[in-house]
Design a protein around this ligand. Structure first.
Ligand code: SIN
Length: 484
């Protein structure tokens, strides 16, 4: 791969501002999902290097927490500038290891960098409180302090932004971090680490452990007594297990887990807006996001009109290798993803659904799938219960508003939801009735550094981004000043 800054391509772990190999030299392959080619091999670290990183982060915490918020903010700002300046290289690296189209990868660099910028600003606004006292001889004051060493595990679908969304609030608050990126996409994480060193973070503030054994590294991170906080983005099943492991040392946790987003198109929607929103929500990252529209509910009266326009838009999506001009849908991450989609679609067809667009593997390669529409879906199908994580739109018909809300809430997940209506009263009513942490109203892409991202029910705990995001990385300390 030709980058203009070749140093961004690193293949060792990053501990205490140094590039570190696994002790006996073990490595694992990183491949391009579009072609199957091996890009490089990276250090396959073990619990030993993870503990080394936690110790480095513990030592660094004593230095980093003592910097003023303004000092921390200034270093973060340099990192933000360096990430933006390296946008083209970082995007190429991301497309090569993850598969998303180059334009989307560039969008993700901007999105990822925005968390660094936002939390560099928020660092200076971690205010405490003075609380009116119930007794005249004392005063009540609340201060907020960094929680300590943070361990984090991030997914492959957003190789940069899920990292900056966790690291930025942590370091802004004065914490230090040990992070394990997904084994499929470690190169973007290591490039970020390279730029963090250039920005001037002290040794041990940011540490990246690469490994293809997430369970082994996760166990150290969740059970280590020197780690005070654990943050994870990934599946609900794995999140539950990690949360259980965190119980052994009563760590504070943030979990951003699975979703099963409903997208409702009411008969009073602006159809063009709904088609555009559904397309953007469903097909972003080839359908591989936790907030992708997983179930599209369309009201009887406008069903035919919506479907006709939606099909036209879906059929025109260009599939191919992400580096090719104009491509909108890249490959899926691995064969398991292709198998899952085939299983879900076939099960639905067996129960009465109908494939009306696509439905097969795409000729662009082994990991490509045709943009697909499946109609006549119902709540009994696995399609309506599991995250599809691929370019398949599952369409359901509904009759009344009450029915749409009941269907939408009929899941253990509660991350993102969307609906389209031009009726203001309905907009408020439905927004309040949906059991979801995020509600997009007449909008299919809702993620911003300024807004709180996170779910209800089994979709997780805590919020990332926004003014709330930094709260996850501080302890509240109550000072009682007596003898007045
Ligand atoms: C995710 O899929 O977990 C993140 C999506 C986003 O930040 O928009």
């Amino acid at each position: 791969m030709r980058l203009s800054q070749q140093n961004l391509l690193q293949n060792k772990s990053f501990i205490n501002n140094e590039w570190v190999s696994e002790q006996s030299g073990k490595t694992f392959e990183v491949t391009n999902p579009a072609t199957g080619d091996v890009i490089t091999r990276v250090a396959n670290c073990t619990p030993k290097e993870t503990e080394q990183a936690i110790e480095a982060a513990t030592k660094a915490f004593e230095v980093w927490r003592k910097k003023t918020a303004k000092e921390r903010s200034a270093i973060m700002r340099k990192w933000f500038n360096l990430v933006n300046d390296s946008r083209n290289d970082l995007a190429l690296l991301m497309t090569t290891e993850q598969g998303k189209p180059l334009a989307e990868a560039k969008g993700e660099i901007t999105y990822g960098a925005s968390f660094i910028e936002w939390f560099a600003e928020e660092a200076r606004r971690v205010y405490g409180d003075v609380i009116p006292t119930p007794l005249n001889d004392r005063r009540i004051v609340v201060i907020k302090q960094p929680i300590g060493v943070v361990a984090a595990i991030t997914p492959w679908n957003f190789p940069i932004s899920m990292i900056t969304r966790k690291i930025s609030p942590a370091i802004a608050a004065g914490c230090t971090v040990v992070l394990k990126p997904a084994a499929q996409t470690p190169l973007s994480a290591l490039a970020l680490a390279y730029l963090s060193k250039e920005a001037g973070f002290p040794d041990g503030v940011i540490n990246i452990i690469t490994s293809d054994n997430a369970a082994e590294i996760g166990k150290v991170m969740t059970e280590h007594p020197l780690v005070q906080k654990f943050s994870f983005t990934g599946s609900t099943g794995v999140g539950k297990m990690l949360m259980q492991q965190c119980a052994s040392t009563v760590k504070k946790v943030s979990l951003e887990l699975g979703g099963n987003a409903p997208l409702i198109v009411f008969d009073d929607a602006n159809i063009q807006q709904a088609v555009k929103g559904a397309l953007a929500s469903k097909y972003r990252n080839a359908g591989q996001t936790c907030v992708c529209a997983n179930r599209i509910y369309v009201q009887d009266q406008i069903y035919n009109q919506f479907i006709q326009e939606y099909k036209k838009a879906v059929t025109s999506l260009k599939v191919g290798e992400g580096t090719q001009p104009g491509v909108e849908i890249g490959p899926l991450i691995d064969e398991k993803a292709i198998e899952k989609i085939n299983r879900l679609v076939h099960e639905a067809v067996g129960k009465g659904a109908e494939i009306t667009t696509g439905g097969n593997n795409h000729m662009a390669g082994k990991l490509f799938f045709q943009p697909t529409i499946v109609e006549n879906c119902n709540q009994e199908m696995a399609l309506s219960k599991e995250e599809i994580f691929g370019p398949v739109s599952a369409i359901y018909k509904f009759d009344t508003e009450e029915e749409a809300i009941r269907f939408a809430n009929d899941t253990e997940y509660g991350l993102a939801s969307y609906f389209f209506t031009q009726n203001l009263a309905r907009a408020w009513r439905v927004a309040e009735a949906l059991d979801y942490g995020i509600v997009g109203i007449n909008e299919g892409v809702v993620s911003h550094a300024e807004a709180p991202f996170g779910g209800m029910k089994e979709s997780g705990i805590g919020r990332e981004g926004s003014k709330y995001g930094i709260e996850e990385y501080v302890e509240i300390k109550y000072l009682c000043l007596g003898g007045m």
